[in-house]
Write a protein that binds this ligand. Structure first.
Ligand code: CTP
Length: 396
């Protein structure tokens, strides 16, 4: 989705004057621009200048009278993309250590959008091991770093430390914003096996690890979506920023998925749902007897088929098919009968595909044709699936 709201954080260095041009160029490109300055930054160029260039009030103080009582949260939520330019050694250190002692640092802590950090300072400050460590850590924490250029510095030295030209900063904004193509979209995913209880100590299940569904959830969150993950019992860590709804049986899963169905724009059924459950769940542990034992099974609801039947315009539905033979024929029949927009078919017997692996080899099936994908990590495949769903959504 095209980004609109650019939040510019300005900390106190001589390069503040260069950011006037950045704000002006963003306004010319019809972006909504808001500026936060530190008090030190406001000593280099007055907030009035940025107010005129951004056509918005400039925020400096945490507690301005008569305005929003929680500006740091409001601004962080408003932003589609954030750029910290220039980023001084002090403000970088604050960002990396999670400090929140003024409006800019508090806002940075509350950001969920893509963010760019543009260090600009004296060469020795830049090369100080503390700053080097902090910038490396910021990158690990998800900041996109635009490193400074060589040139003449305000301290009359030549070296690395100059804030790059406006064009470089504009490109960095474009690139970072493109990383969140799912911003504003709701993605509902099911993952893992279901467990069908036989008695209080036993259940029937399958070998699903949940890895593929969790990998899609991770990819969707990284691409900026709001994600809800309905998960059968798995041995995987919860994913930061993803709302996980734990379930056990197919019927629990059906209820959780259906409760969240209207909320969702994209629905991906990656779970290995048990088709049958024991007709009766014994209240007490079943004791062993002489001879064999019969268990009668009844059919579970087909969750995906139920969703396909009530899918609304604009919703994109993706199913999975796990086959051991006649992959194309069986999987295409599922795509059509369950009214999916996309079906990810894999053959359990293909090397690199299957339940416990970190990779997958799949055929992506749409109504108008198939695409065989190469061996991919489950997260890469997650990205491909989500991109395909975006394309399908555009065509709807
Ligand atoms: N699925 C579902 N509810 C079920 C069974 C399957 O929602 N009771 C979904 C799965 O999450 C998957 C798709 O349907 O997205 C296909 O699942 P799969 O087990 O491959 O196929 P089935 O429809 O169960 O058919 P079969 O077991 O006969 O191959």
């Amino acid at each position: 989705m095209e980004y609109q709201n650019v939040l510019v954080g300005i900390s106190g260095g001589i390069a503040v004057y260069k950011v006037c041009d950045l704000v002006s160029q963003l306004s010319k490109r019809n972006k909504n621009v808001k500026v936060i300055m530190t008090e030190h930054a406001a000593k280099f160029v007055g907030p009035v200048t940025f107010e005129a260039l951004s056509h918005n009030p400039v925020a400096v103080q945490m507690f301005d009278e008569g305005t929003d009582p929680i500006p740091h949260i409001t601004l962080a939520q408003w932003a589609d993309v954030f750029i910290l330019a220039p980023a001084t050694a002090n403000v970088i250190a604050k960002a990396v250590h999670g400090m929140a002692d003024d409006l800019l640092s508090s806002t940075m802590l509350a950001l969920t959008c893509p963010k760019i950090m543009c260090p600009a300072m004296n060469t020795h400050m830049l090369e100080n091991p503390a700053t080097v460590r902090n910038i490396a850590q910021a990158e690990k924490d998800g900041w996109n770093i635009v490193m400074p250029e060589y040139g003449h510095l305000a301290c009359m030295e030549s070296g690395k430390g100059r804030l790059p030209k406006t064009d470089v900063l504009l490109d960095a904004i474009e690139q970072a914003a493109a990383e969140h193509p799912l911003k504003g979209l709701h993605v509902l995913i099911s993952a893992g096996p279901t467990q069908e209880a036989l008695d209080p100590v036993r259940f029937l299940s399958n070998h699903s690890s949940g890895k593929q569904g969790y990998a899609i959830a991770k990819a969707a969150a990284r691409m900026g979506a709001e994600v809800r993950l309905v998960s059968g019992p798995v041995a995987l860590d919860r994913i930061d920023g993803v709302q996980t709804i734990p379930v056990k049986s197919a019927r629990d899963m059906q209820q959780a998925v259906e409760e969240n169905f209207d909320w969702a724009d994209f629905i991906i059924m990656a779970a290995a749902v048990a088709d049958y459950r024991p007709k009766q769940t014994a209240e007490q542990k079943i004791k062993k007897h002489e001879g064999s034992m019969m268990v009668e099974f009844v059919k579970n609801p087909d969750i995906l088929a139920g969703l396909g039947a009530k899918k609304k315009n604009g919703q994109v539905l993706c199913g999975f098919a796990m086959e051991t033979e006649n992959l194309e024929k069986n999987a295409r029949a599922k795509l059509e009968s369950k009214n999916c927009d996309l079906l990810i078919a894999n053959n359990l017997t293909t090397p690199g595909a299957g339940f416990q692996t970190d990779t997958n080899v799949v055929t992506m099936m749409k109504l108008d044709g198939n695409e065989q994908l190469p061996l991919l990590s489950k997260e890469e495949l997650g990205c491909r699936i989500l991109k395909e769903m975006m394309e399908i959504r555009k065509g709807k």
